[in-house]
Design a protein around this ligand. Structure first.
Ligand code: SAH
Ligand code: AVI
Length: 720
């Protein structure tokens, strides 16, 4: 069972939440006639009346019937409205649900009403166990799934009428469509954490969280549009067997597919049936009502492919803001089969049949649709349908492999990644670059110079604070512990921890700068001869597994310097969560953060009188010239350091002092005079912000110590 913190909520909270979720389905049914709600348009669909009844039956079967001496509202409803639960006995065959002219709609609404009465009564007088709270949350999420199914089924029914009836005056949706963002977003690949990690509600099929290896990949920022689909049709997409999987091609022929479901050729153009009636195809809108087979054929026609579900999840965990339509437009088909995650266990009890038994021959869809109730979506959510099914609000987003570079600048691909990432960032508006690319050998050296500047207080203040707290905190490390440091740089502060914990077994410094790491390892190994030092060169946002040499004791994460402030807030949460998984149960984490303070102090720290920070900032472009053969006129970019009050962060930018162009490989980037490249954020924290961040990532704050002005702070976090 996935645990839920919700048990601690009051009975009143639960009855209110129950009431508000349950109100939606009757509201969707309100304008429809009893006839609309009784017919069944195909075996995959259910009558609206059946959805209204079944979602109520679920609460009766899963929760209310667990009470001693429970008397069902109507014993016959147990058979009529059971969907697929074998453990709960016989039921009406799925394809015959439309034959249930009785009970009447009125009787079904009365059944709903009675279940609501019993449930709210039960919720208000019960202090629920974990399992009960999970089942209530499951019942509410099940209800929300039926809200979307109801709309899918109602549209299918309306589509079967020659009258093209509109089920609703306007399409029922909770948010407007997002504007297209354009382009492909590139990801490095590496080891990714996928799946639900235990915080908040999730279905059993989303757990356990586990590691997945990803090769570098690109994911389209936007969904495939109806206009794209018109091009596919015009190019013979539905007539060319070479584009299709064999099973898909068999469907195309057997069912005469020529376009997505609900599309019709009207004269020269196409129209599409939707919940608000039949309308002309809208080229800029996302395509809907396609099967997996069509999505796959379209991707092949495009010279691309469908993403795996792990790629989709990794992309949305780390860069959701650069995508449009991730949630709230159409579900997105993935290339992944709907299988159990490693270590999967179904929810105990009757609800075991909820998801697990469908794990054969279906494909996973990710995201959510316009009809998915608000708040029901989740990054780890796994929807699933058979590959031929088309009546869901399903579309697609294309993925691609990293194109093999004809002139890869080096063997290990690091420069290729730098080039790709830099071009991607400079192709955006406004232009951006990741601060992780500051740190080649020269950049790491410049950072060390910054740490010695009179204006740059964080390093000095943090080292002093660490000297004060390390002896006390080190008492908790225990025998055979391993210190894992993220962004270790010169490993200077590490010495304070190593001195306070002479029994440490191993030290694993992780840094993207090979040069900084090499120097640090040499110095630390010489100064601490008994310590096993096992460095890892790489990006800490794509956690590599820990080397075999780590001790059998506790793992201690160490992330000083407020480097966490260089990450986007959602990246920081994902990072801390991944670190918790990497370090394992019982681990500790020492996190260093800079605190919000007087802007003048901050600005001086990021715009020093000697110009070292300016050189550090410009080194990004100088590095591109050195490593990628780019031709930036480095001195023509001015260093800017600004305090962003709203986001509570210092920002560094490079500003073009004249209009110019720069070439990186075959790509030419144009700059207008005054245009900037946003190169770094350094978020500043409050104690509450640190606690929220740690909590969001599943860590518990064990201690928090702030130093004297200009203040920085250290937090000790625990994973339990
Ligand atoms: N921890 C040191 C150094 C901070 S400078 C201190 O507190 O003084 C930030 C360090 O993090 C640099 O050494 C840089 O190379 C490294 N770094 C930045 N982004 C990184 C990433 N994504 N993955 C791994 N290391 C990174
Ligand atoms: C590494 N990082 C926490 C430093 C910071 O303060 O954001 C990098 C830096 N940027 C400008 N000066 C120092």
């Amino acid at each position: 069972m996935t645990s839920t913190a919700a048990v601690t909520m009051s009975p009143h909270f639960w009855s209110e939440r129950y009431r508000s979720v349950r109100a939606a389905l009757p509201a969707l049914a309100a304008g429809l006639s009893p006839e609309d709600l009784t017919a069944q348009s195909m075996p995959d669909c259910s009558p609206g009346k059946w959805h209204l009844a079944h979602a109520s039956w679920f609460f009766e079967a899963m929760i209310l019937s667990g009470q001693p001496d429970y008397v069902p509202v109507d014993p016959q409803f147990q058979i009529l409205f059971n969907s697929y639960y074998d453990a709960l006995g016989e039921r009406v065959a799925r394809h015959e649900r439309g034959l249930m002219t009785r009970p009447s709609l009125e009787a079904v609404l009365a059944y709903r009403h009675e279940i609501d009465r019993r449930m709210t009564d039960w919720l208000e007088r019960t202090v629920m166990t974990d399992q009960q709270a999970y089942l209530v949350e499951l019942g509410l999420n099940h209800e929300q799934q039926h809200q979307e199914l109801f709309l899918m089924d109602m549209l299918n029914l309306m589509s079967r009428s020659p009258l093209d009836p509109a089920a609703y005056d306007e399409e029922p949706r909770h948010s407007v469509s997002e504007a297209a963002k354009g382009g492909t977003v590139w990801f490095d690949g590496g080891l990714a954490m996928i799946g639900h990690d235990g915080e908040g509600f999730a279905f059993d099929n989303e757990s356990p969280a586990h590691r997945q290896w990803l090769e570098p990949f690109g994911l389209a920022a936007d969904l495939v549009s109806q206009g794209d689909w018109l091009s596919f049709i015009a190019d013979g997409g539905y007539r060319r067997p070479e584009l299709w999987l064999a099973d898909g091609w068999a469907r195309v022929q057997a069912e005469d597919w020529e376009a997505p479901l609900y599309w019709r050729q009207d004269g020269d153009g196409w129209s599409v049936m939707a919940l608000a009636g039949r309308r002309p195809v809208t080229p800029e809108a996302a395509v809907r009502h396609i099967s997996f087979y069509e999505a796959d054929a379209f991707a092949r026609w495009s010279g691309k492919r469908l993403p795996t579900e792990a790629e989709w999840e990794q992309a949305m965990r780390h860069r959701s803001e650069v995508f449009s339509g991730a949630f709230g437009e159409v579900w997105q088909w993935t290339a992944s089969g709907y299988d159990a995650y490693p270590g999967f266990t179904p929810t105990p009890g009757t609800a075991a049949e909820y998801n697990g038994k469908f794990m054969a021959n279906q494909k996973v869809l990710r995201g959510g649709s316009f009809a998915t109730p608000e708040g029901h979506e989740r990054i780890s959510y796994r929807n699933f349908f058979y590959p031929h099914q088309r009546w869901a609000f399903a579309g697609l987003r294309l993925a691609e492999d990293q194109a093999p570079s004809p002139k890869a600048p080096d063997q290990d691909g690091a420069a290729t990644r730098f080039q790709r990432d830099l071009i991607a960032g400079l192709s955006k508006t406004p232009k951006t670059a990741s601060p992780k690319w500051f740190y080649d050998a020269h950049g790491s050296e410049l950072f060390e110079q910054i740490t010695r500047l009179p204006e740059y207080y964080p390093t000095r203040q943090e080292a002093a604070l660490l000297r004060r707290v390390a002896p006390q905190w080190a008492e908790r490390f225990g025998p055979n512990a391993t210190l894992v440091e993220f962004g270790s740089g010169a490993s200077e502060k590490t010495r304070v921890v190593l001195d306070a914990a002479p029994d440490l077994h191993a030290y694993v410094p992780i840094d993207i700068s090979a040069a900084a790491l090499e120097g640090a390892v040499e110095r630390i190994s010489a100064a601490y001869p008994g310590l096993t030092v096992a460095p890892l060169v790489g990006d800490f946002l794509h956690m590599p597994p820990l080397p075999d040499v780590v001790g059998t004791g506790r793992r201690i994460g160490f992330f000083p310097g407020s480097t966490i402030g260089n990450l986007e807030p959602d990246e920081a949460v994902a990072f801390l969560r991944a670190a918790r998984a990497l370090l394992g149960p019982g681990s500790l984490f020492i996190l260093g953060v800079d605190l919000v303070k007087e802007p003048a102090v901050l600005i001086a720290a990021y715009d020093d009188a000697e110009g070292v920070t300016a050189a550090f900032n410009r080194n990004l472009l100088a590095r591109a010239n050195r490593e990628l053969g780019a031709d930036f006129d480095v001195e023509a970019f001015a260093h800017k350091a600004v305090w962003n009050t709203e986001a509570q962060r210092m920002e560094m930018h490079l500003q073009a002092t004249r209009p110019m162009q720069a070439r990186i490989g075959d790509t030419v980037i144009a700059f207008e005079r005054g245009e900037t490249i946003h190169t770094e954020n350094s978020r500043k924290f409050t104690e509450a912000a640190v606690r929220d961040l740690a909590q969001a990532a599943g860590w518990t704050e064990l201690a928090f110590e702030a130093g004297p002005a200009p203040s920085v702070a250290l937090a000790l976090l625990g994973a339990d």
